[in-house]
Design a protein around this ligand. Sequence first.
Ligand code: SAM
Length: 207
Amino acid sequence: MTDPSELARWNTRFGGDEYHFGITPSGFVAAQAHLLRPGTTALCIADGEGRNSVWLSQHGLRVTAFDFSPVGVAKARRLATRMGVQVDHLEANVNDWDWGARQFDLVAAIFVQIMTPPERSRLFAGMARTLSPGGILLLQGYTPKQLDYGTGGPKQIEQFYTEALLREAFASLEILHLSEHEEMIEEGDAHCGMSALIDLVARKPKN
Ligand SMILES: C[S@@+](CC[C@H](N)C(=O)[O-])C[C@H]1O[C@@H](n2cnc3c(N)ncnc32)[C@H](O)[C@@H]1O
């Protein structure tokens, strides 16, 4: 179910013409270009103003993306038009998404630290289920140390990720890369400054 105050918060935040997370992809997503195969399918979860979905489409993927904010989705559609690419941008709540099995060759969840732990468990199980065999998961978020930096991200401690949490949640996948690190990022005005990040690249086994 959609929390009306959360939805209103994001709609307000996305109001106006500026792209709060920028119009270029997350540095982590851009660094995974070598894993992309043109013509394959991708799903971007809680895609916001579209920076990651548009970039994946520019790299030849057939991209579906969703976010619960109609204001964010409208901006994502405008960004796709501006960049001359096609993305299936949908308005949907992550808690209502139908995680059909084996539907996408790539799933991207970038800074999707918006849920309670039970909701997150369902989300992570759904993401693993909806990956095709051999499909790639790209996930980036903040670790609890981000509370010291305060340069973006959630405020509730239970919404942060740790290596142990991600390893357990995605035990059915082959972990290709998992690291906690601290670095300066400049991704729009929303994610700007020294940040405590965690990156995960994982692959669904073929059998
Ligand atoms: C930190 S932003 C990240 C946006 C995007 N992934 C990016 O990296 O640019 C979090 C996004 O989650 C979306 N969101 C929050 N709760 C949601 C929900 N229940 N269902 C779908 N999207 C949601 C917000 O609208 C916002 O776009």
